[in-house]
Design a protein around this ligand. Structure first.
Ligand code: SF4
Length: 907
C-alpha cells in the first residue's frame, strides 16, 4: 500500500512542498503538496521529475579511502574512514594550528547539518574556516540587507507578488531559475491589468518576454541604473520625504551622489535610452505598491553588495517597504541557503545572525555552547579559502555536498589548490562530481528523500521534511557523519568538552538547540518545534515563543534591525566590472541557468528528458557578433582568456546585447571535456560580501579549427536508467578528443549521445575502439559506409528492425534528425539506409524538427507548430495537448513560439 510523505524539492530556494509517494521503501512518484504555501501543489519541470533521480546505483554508497594520491580509492568501513579523518585532522591541527584546516559546505544541506558543521569548526576545533557555496550565491544579498536594513532578513513574502502594482525583476530570470515564483508573476499579470513589469537584464531572457519594459543594460552597470532611477524619483518629487525623515539615515549623503546620475549620464554608462530610465522610475514611484525581485545578476559581482543596496534605496526612498505588495525581495538560489545563514554558515557569521566580528556575539555563542570562547580571527571566505590552500596555509579541507571543482571561479587555481592540499575529504551523495577526483576520503551521505530536518526558503518559511525511504548502502545522514567525526577528533585533541558539545541522538535534538540560540534575535524561532511544523505546516520566521504565527512581512512599523532602528542609505557609486573587455578579449561573458538543469547536473544529469530542451553545452552570441567572428550557429569555437580555454558549440541568439556572450553554468567535466564556464571566470570578489564576480569575464572567441567531427547515438535499453552505465563509459572517452561532450536524450528508451571533434581524422583502428565502447563493433547486422578519401566512416546497428546505434565520423549531418527518429522509432527499414548515406540529409518525411518542449506532457516542437499553424492560441493548445498545464515551465517557450509564428505570418 502506497503512502505519501511530505517533503520539499531539493533544487532551488523557492522551496516547493512535495508529496513523495512511497511503497515498500521505494519512491513511486512525486507531486506538489497542495497545502504547502510556497507552491500550493505546483512544481516545475525539475521538481516534477525528482522521483526519476532516485536511483541508488550511481550513488556513493560506501566510504572510500586512498592511502596515496597515486593509488585508487579502496572501500573501507566507517570506523576506518572516520578514524583516518580524525587522525589526519588532529595531526595537522597539532602541527599547524586550528586555522590549517577548513570546511567548505553547501546550501543544499539541511539546517541541522549546517549547525553541527559550524559547532565542529567554531566550537570544537577553534577555527572560523567554515564557508559554504552560498558565498557564491547569496552573500551579497546578505551584506546588502545588513548594510541597509540591519539584518539578513528578506522583508517580503510570495503573496506580495499578487499585491504589487509595479514589479522590478533585476538580475534574475525566474521563468527558468525560479519557475514557481514565475507562475505567481504570470498569475499577477493576468489578474491585474494595472501591473507594470520591468525586467533588468543584459539578455532578453524568458522572463523579459513578460515585461512591459526590458532594460537591457550593459553588464555590471546596475548601480548606475538604480542611482539613475533614484535621480528621476527625486527630480519628479516621487520620494517619500516623511518616510525618509522618520525611518532612515544617510539620505543627504546619498542625495549628493545621486545628483550627477541624470538620465543622460546613466544612459551613457548603461547603454539604455533615457526615456526608458525615466519611464521605469515613474512606474516605480507612482505605483501603489512596488516590489523588486533579484538574484545572481546583482549578487555575483565584484560590487554585489552595493548593487543590492542601490536597489533597496529605491524602496526606502519611496516608503515602498513594509507594506503589502512592496519591498526588496531577494530570491534565494539554493534550497537551504537561508537556513545555512540562520545557523552562521559563513566564515564571518555565527548562529542566529550573529557576527563573528562582534565580541558580544562571540561571548553569547561561547556561553550557549558551553565553551570558553569562540575564535576571534576571521575565517576564510570561499575564494580566499582555496587561495590559502594553494599557498599551503590550509592543509586539510572537508567538503560537503558541493562541487568546488566546477562551481568556483578560476578553475585552474581551485584545482591546483585541491591538488596541493595534504588531505581532502568529500562528504557526498554522488561519487562522480568533478571534485571527487581530488578526494582522498569519500564519505557517502544520504540525499533528498532519505533525510529528516528543516529547510528555510526565500520567504523565511521553515519546512520540516521527513525521510521517505531508508538510507541506501552504508550512507549516513550528514549531521551523523559530522557528529561521529567530531567525537573522534575531540578525543584525539583531548578536548574534555567533546561529549557535551555533541550529545545529539537525532536531527530534532539539533533543531531544538539551534532554536534556543535564536531566542531574542531577529529570527527568533523559539515558538517553533517539529511538532508544530507538522501540525500547523511550514512557518515563516520570526516565530517567538507564545506567538500565534510567523510574520509575513517585516518592518511594517518602520523600525529596522539597526542599533537606532533606522534603515541606512549608503552613498554607492557606479563601478566598472572587475575585468574590462579589450581588443584581445572583446566579449563580455555572462553566465546563467537553464530551465531543466540544476547546478553541476549530478542529479538532473541522470534524467534523459531533462536534456530534451537543451541538449549540450553551448555559448550564445548575437548573430552579428557571430558573423564578425567568422562563425555560424553550430560551429565549434575556442573561448579563451588568460585563465583558460573552453571549446564549445556556438549558437546565434538575438536575445543578447551586442558584445555579450552567454553560457549556462551547468556543464562541467562530467558532460564535456573542459571545466565549463568557470574555467574562464575570475576570482575578483566584492569587498563586503567576498562573493566572486561569476557573472562577468572578458573573453576572446575564434573558430576551433576542428574540422573532423564524430557522433555516436546509442540506445541502451528500456527505462530511465538503462542509459546510465553507457553514459559512464562514454565519459571515459572524452579526454581523447580536442572537443567532446556527452549527454542523454529521449524518453522511454533514452539515447546516449557522444559528440567529439578533432583536427584530423581518427584511424579505422581508433574508430573500432570507440565502436567497442558503445557495443557497435561486433554486431553482424551493422550497416557501414566508408569513404577513405573524404575520411568519412559511418556505422549503424539495427536490432529487431529498429535502429539502435549509429556512429558517424567525418560527416555528422544526420545527428540532428537521427536523435528524434531513433527516440520515436520512426525509421522503418526503407529509411535506415539514409543513416549511412554519404551526406546525412534527412529523408523528406523526417524534415520536421521535433524537440520536446513540454517535458511533463511530452509534447514536441513539431506537434506545437502543427497546432499553431492552425491559429491555435495558448489556451487552445493547453486544452488540446495539455502542454504547459502541469508545471507550466514551458509556457514562456510556447508563448515565444506563438509570437514567432505570428511574426513569420506577418512577414
Ligand atoms: Fe523545485 Fe522548481 Fe519549486 Fe524550485 S521552483 S523548488 S526547482 S519545483
Amino acid at each position: 500500500m502506497a503512502n505519501e510523505v511530505k517533503s520539499t524539492c531539493c533544487y532551488c530556494g523557492v522551496g516547493c512542498g512535495l508529496l513523495i509517494e512511497v511503497e515498500n521503501d521505494r519512491i513511486l512518484g512525486v507531486k506538489g503538496d497542495p497545502d504547502h504555501p510556497a507552491n500550493f501543489g505546483r512544481l516545475c519541470s525539475k521538481g516534477v521529475t525528482l522521483h526519476l533521480t532516485d536511483r541508488t546505483d550511481y550513488r556513493l554508497l560506501h566510504p572510500m579511502l586512498r592511502s596515496e594520491r597515486s593509488q585508487p580509492r579502496q572501500r573501507v568501513d566507517w570506523n576506518r574512514a572516520l578514524d583516518q579523518a580524525a587522525g589526519r585532522f588532529a595531526e595537522i591541527i597539532r602541527r599547524h594550528g586550528p586555522d590549517s584546516v577548513a570546511f567548505y559546505i553547501s546550501g543544499q544541506l539541511l539546517t541541522e547539518d549546517y549547525y553541527v558543521f559550524n559547532k565542529l569548526a567554531k566550537g570544537l576545533i577553534g577555527t572560523n574556516n567554515v564557508d559554504t557555496n552560498s558565498r557564491l550565491c547569496m552573500s551579497s544579498a546578505v551584506a546588502g540587507y545588513k548594510q541597509t536594513l540591519g539584518a539578513d532578513a528578506p522583508p517580503c513574502s510570495y503573496e506580495d507578488i499578487a499585491l504589487a502594482d509595479c514589479l522590478i525583476i533585476a538580475g534574475a530570470n525566474p521563468a527558468v531559475a525560479h519557475p514557481i515564483v514565475f507562475r505567481r508573476i504570470e498569475d499577477a499579470r493576468a489578474a491585474n491589468p494595472q501591473l507594470k513589469i520591468v525586467v533588468i537584464d543584459p539578455r532578453y531572457s524568458e522572463t523579459a518576454a513578460i515585461a512591459d519594459l526590458h532594460l537591457a543594460l550593459k553588464p555590471g552597470t546596475d548601480i548606475a541604473l538604480f542611482n539613475g532611477l533614484l535621480h528621476v524619483l527625486l527630480a519628479e518629487g516621487l520620494v517619500d520625504r516623511q518616510y525618509i525623515a522618520s525611518h532612515t539615515e544617510g539620505f543627504a549623503a546619498l542625495e549628493q551622489v545621486i545628483s550627477v546620475y541624470t538620465p543622460a549620464f546613466v544612459s551613457g554608462i548603461c547603454g539604455l535610452p533615457e526615456y526608458d530610465i525615466i519611464r521605469a522610475a515613474r512606474w516605480f514611484g507612482k505605483s501603489r505598491a512596488s516590489l523588486s525581485l533579484y538574484c545572481q545578476g546583482l549578487n555575483q559581482s565584484s560590487h554585489g553588495t552595493h548593487n543590492n543596496a542601490a536597489l533597496i534605496h529605491l524602496h526606502l526612498a519611496t516608503g515602498q517597504i513594509g507594506k503589502p505588495g512592496a519591498g526588496p525581495f531577494s530570491l534565494t538560489g539554493q534550497p537551504n541557503a537561508m537556513g545555512g545563514r540562520e545557523v552562521g554558515g559563513l566564515a564571518n557569521l555565527m548562529s542566529a545572525h550573529r557576527d563573528m566580528a562582534n565580541p558580544v556575539h562571540r561571548d553569547e555563542m561561547a556561553r550557549l555552547w558551553g565553551v570558553p570562547s569562540v575564535p576571534e580571527k576571521p575565517g576564510k571566505a570561499a575564494v580566499e579559502l582555496f587561495a590559502a590552500m594553494k599557498r599551503g596555509e590550509i592543509k586539510a579541507v572537508w567538503i560537503a555536498c558541493t562541487n568546488p571543482a566546477q562551481s568556483m571561479p578560476d578553475q585552474a587555481e581551485v584545482r591546483a589548490a585541491l591538488q596541493s592540499a595534504e588531505f581532502v575529504v568529500l562528504q557526498e551523495a554522488y561519487g562522480n562530481t568533478d571534485t571527487a577526483a581530488f578526494a582522498d576520503l569519500m564519505l557517502p551521505a544520504t540525499s533528498w528523500s532519505e533525510k529528516e530536518g528543516t529547510v528555510t526558503n526565500s520567504e523565511r518559511r521553515i519546512t520540516h521534511i521527513r525521510a521517505a525511504v531508508s538510507a541506501p548502502g552504508e550512507t549516513r545522514h550528514d549531521w551523523e557523519i559530522v557528529v561521529d567525526f567530531a567525537r573522534r577528533l575531540g578525543h584525539r585533541l583531548e578536548n574534555v568538552l567533546t561529549e557535551k558539545l555533541f550529545p545529539y541522538a537525532c536531527a530534532e535534538d539539533i533543531f531544538n538547540e539551534h532554536r534556543e540560540t535564536t531566542r531574542g534575535r531577529d529570527l527568533d524561532i523559539s515558538g517553533l518545534s517539529y511538532a508544530l511544523l507538522d501540525t500547523a505546516g511550514p512557518q515563516q520566521w520570526p516565530y517567538p515563543e507564545a506567538a500565534s504565527g510567523g510574520r509575513q512581512r517585516l518592518y511594517e512599523n518602520g523600525v529596522y534591525a539597526t542599533a537606532n532602528g533606522r534603515a541606512r542609505f549608503v552613498p554607492v557609486e557606479h563601478q566598472a566590472t572587475a575585468e574590462s573587455t579589450s581588443d584581445a578579449y572583446p566579449l563580455s561573458l555572462i553566465s546563467g541557468r537553464l530551465r531543466d538543469q540544476w547546478h553541476g547536473m549530478s542529479r538532473t544529469g541522470t534524467v534523459a528528458r531533462l536534456f530534451n530542451l537543451d541538449e549540450g553545452p553551448e555559448i550564445s552570441l548575437h548573430p552579428v557578433d557571430l558573423r564578425l567572428s567568422g562563425l555560424e550557429s553550430g560551429d565549434l569555437a575556442r573561448v579563451s582568456n588568460p585563465r583558460g580555454t573552453v571549446v564549445v558549440r556556438v549558437k546565434s541568439d538575438e536575445s543578447l546585447r551586442r558584445g555579450c556572450a552567454w553560457m549556462p553554468m551547468h556543464w562541467g567535466e562530467q558532460f564535456m571535456n573542459s571545466a565549463g564556464v568557470n574555467a574562464l571566470t575570475l576570482s575578483a570578489t566584492d569587498p563586503y560580501s567576498q562573493q566572486p564576480e561569476l557573472k562577468h569575464a572578458a573573453v576572446s572567441l575564434r573558430k576551433a579549427g576542428l574540422p573532423w567531427p564524430l557522433v555516436v547515438l546509442r540506445k541502451a535499453g528500456e527505462g530511465q536508467f538503462a542509459a546510465l552505465p553507457l553514459l559512464e563509459k562514454a565519459r571515459s572517452l572524452m579526454a581523447r578528443f580536442a572537443y567532446a561532450s556527452v549527454g542523454l536524450y529521449g524518453r522511454a528508451e533514452p539515447l546516449v549521445i557522444f559528440c567529439a571533434a578533432m583536427p584530423d581524422a581518427l584511424t579505422e583502428v581508433e574508430l573500432r575502439e570507440i565502436d567497442a565502447v558503445f557495443g557497435l563493433a561486433e554486431d553482424e547486422s551493422a550497416i557501414v559506409y566508408a569513404d577513405q578519401h573524404r575520411q568519412i566512416s559511418k556505422r549503424a546497428i539495427v536490432t529487431d528492425g529498429k535502429l539502435t546505434g549509429v556512429r558517424l565520423a567525418g560527416e555528422t549531418l544526420a545527428q540532428s534528425w537521427l536523435k528524434e527518429s531513433m527516440t520515436d522509432n520512426t525509421l522503418d527499414a526503407t529509411l535506415i539506409r539514409w543513416v549511412v548515406a554519404p551526406i546525412g540529409y534527412p529523408p523528406n518525411r523526417l524534415l520536421e524538427k521535433s524537440r520536446i518542449v513540454c517535458v511533463c506532457a511530452d509534447i514536441t516542437e513539431a506537434q506545437l507548430k502543427r497546432e499553431m499553424s492552425r491559429g491555435e492560441a495558448l489556451s487552445q493548445l493547453q486544452e488540446k495537448l495539455k502542454c504547459g498545464t502541469f508545471c507550466g515551465s514551458c509556457v514562456p517557450e510556447i508563448k515565444r513560439m506563438i509570437s514567432g509564428q505570428v511574426q513569420e505570418a506577418v512577414v
